[in-house]
Ligand binder design. Structure first.
Ligand SMILES: [Zn+2]
Length: 84
């Protein structure tokens, strides 16, 4: 089976996290949401390294003006990625 949608991969690290767990998505929003879930899951499992990244992520939603720069950068990084 072949995906018709263009899947791209960004790692936790590329999205400001501490590990290189990959997230796949067809849009930047998808990988950002996957990262959000990943951070919550890791912290939920007691991972201390992801706590700071989760706090940053929450701060971005609370402070959209400040978080916008990060969001735009993540979208630019995603757009610049090769497919696959
Ligand atoms: Zn991670």
């Amino acid at each position: 089976m072949k995906d018709v949608m263009m899947m791209k991969t960004m790692t936790c690290e590329q999205l400001g996290g501490p590990c290189n767990s990959p997230h796949q998505g067809t849009t930047a929003d998808e990988v950002i949401k996957a990262q959000d879930r990943h951070l919550k899951e890791m912290v939920g499992n007691g991972d201390k390294e992801h706590e700071a990244a989760l706090k940053d992520m929450k701060g971005r939603w609370k402070n959209p003006i400040k978080g916008m720069g990060w969001y735009r950068q993540a979208k630019r990084d995603f757009a610049a990625l090769p497919e696959g």
